[in-house]
Design a protein around this ligand. Structure first.
Ligand SMILES: *Cc1c(COP(=O)(O)O)cnc(C)c1O
Length: 409
């Protein structure tokens, strides 16, 4: 593969705007806030045009000019294919609303969109000479870290809350990370990683505590715009934990507008959380800049069980600037939407993806989403990673088979 033409100029503190040099290892800014990667968009826009993309592979690295990796030899890839936008036409008809498209991120390596962030973070870690990485996780991020680090030859330590879904814990360990379960939540695990930095000397790969996962997640916005022929939808519903994806897509739309590939229209960004863990919703409703940590966080949607997010103000800014909102749904509603989508559309969502469908139905009734708005729902992981309530019947091969019983209900 040829060298990448790169356009990174510097990194910037997301709160103070202070500049930091590119091509050096960074965590948070001196203000303790996430760092954002900045590009020479003027030069990028003059170098690349939309038509160039047509000749590239249908994968994340087609957007390499918008990405931070300097040398193609550092790219750690597992096949980050573009994910489909599946129309949910029956649900649309039953709810008499605008177009519903489900962006199915479960097709990515390790079965979740965490692969987008981690292919980027691990590639950059390789480029900047990192040997050991550590991370707190509710499951999917740890799995992606483990996979990409094993591929890159980087050692990894992963810390999960003890009730993380078993399949996640097993895949993390199986893919080569030293895996620990702690009797607390993701923030407690985050503290273990943060404190261990000094002692063990690992690089902290927590959500938004290193600058590159967000650049990987940004490709969701680039890809969505390209798939919609450089239009944006009216509304995006995003299951929000740490918020990397929402912040990343917002950044993508701003960069695309800066080079003139899209206009000034933005989707209304809707952050979807669970009633048992809704710090962003509370802050949104109170008009606050930051969110208070949520106590006793609980929900079946583990990926959005994040009691405190370091990028809370960036999530809230994007929601407000886009005329969107933040909304919570109950675990019962998540469960019902999960089942409903599988049975009507044949699309097996993850619980977090089901939360966005539950929110759509709830807000169509409440009127905050209008029946003429086209919406995109994010399904962030394959439904196969999560437990499903069984509903089946037994057959005894020692008896004559009763076909009347089989077709009766
Ligand atoms: C991580 C995760 C989320 C939340 O994504 P953020 O960008 O961190 O807010 C949602 N759903 C699933 C399945 C996840 O793994």
């Amino acid at each position: 593969m040829e060298e990448f033409p790169t356009f990174v100029t510097h990194l910037e503190c997301s709160e103070t705007g202070t500049h930091y040099p590119a091509d050096q290892l960074h965590g948070l800014s001196d203000a303790g806030k996430p760092l954002l990667v900045r590009y020479d968009l003027d030069r990028l826009g003059k170098t690349l045009n939309k038509q160039d993309l047509k000749f590239r592979l249908p994968e994340l690295w087609r957007y390499r000019e918008f990405l931070p990796v300097r040398h193609s030899r550092n790219v750690v890839r597992l096949g980050e294919l573009m994910t489909p936008l599946l129309p949910a036409t029956k649900i649309r008809r039953e709810h008499q609303c605008g177009k519903i498209l489900i962006k199915d991120e479960g097709r990515l390596p390790t079965g979740s969109f965490k692969a987008r962030g981690l292919t980027m973070a691990v590639s950059m870690a390789k480029e900047l000479g990192v040997n050991v990485m550590a991370m707190p996780t509710n499951g999917n991020a740890g799995a992606a870290l483990a996979a990409y680090c094993s591929r890159a030859g980087i050692e990894t330590y992963v810390f999960c809350p003890e009730d993380t879904p078993t399949v996640n814990v097993e895949e993390i360990a199986f893919q080569g990370a030293k895996t620990f379960l702690a009797n607390g939540l993701i923030n407690d695990c985050g503290r273990i990683v943060g404190d261990g930095k000094e002692v063990v000397g690992w690089f902290d790969a927590s959500t938004l505590k290193e600058p590159y996962r967000i650049e990987g997640k940004k490709t969701m916005g680039l890809e969505l715009a390209e798939q919609l022929d450089w239009e944006v939808p009216d509304v995006i519903l995003y299951p929000t934990g740490g918020g990397t994806g929402l912040i990343g897509m917002w950044k993508a739309f701003n960069e695309l507008e800066a080079i003139g590939w899209i206009g000034g229209k933005r989707p209304r960004m809707v952050a979807v959380q669970a009633e048992g863990c809704a710090p962003v919703v509370k802050a949104y409703e109170e008009g606050a800049k930051h969110a208070d940590p949520w106590l006793n966080a609980h929900t079946i949607a583990a990926g959005i069980r994040v009691p405190a997010a370091i990028g809370d103000f960036l999530i809230l800014d994007a929601i407000r600037a886009s005329d969107g909102f933040a909304v919570s749904v109950s675990d019962d509603a998540i469960h019902d939407a999960h089942q409903y989508c599988a049975r009507t559309e044949g699309i097996l969502l993850c619980p977090e993806g089901a939360a966005t469908l539950a929110a759509l139905m709830q807000e169509l009734s409440a009127g905050r989403i209008k029946s003429d708005e086209n919406v995109v729902l994010f399904n962030c992981a394959t439904g196969l990673k999560y437990p499903m309530p069984g509903d089946h019947h037994k057959i005894d091969l020692g008896e004559a088979i009763d076909y009347d019983l089989i077709v009766s209900d």
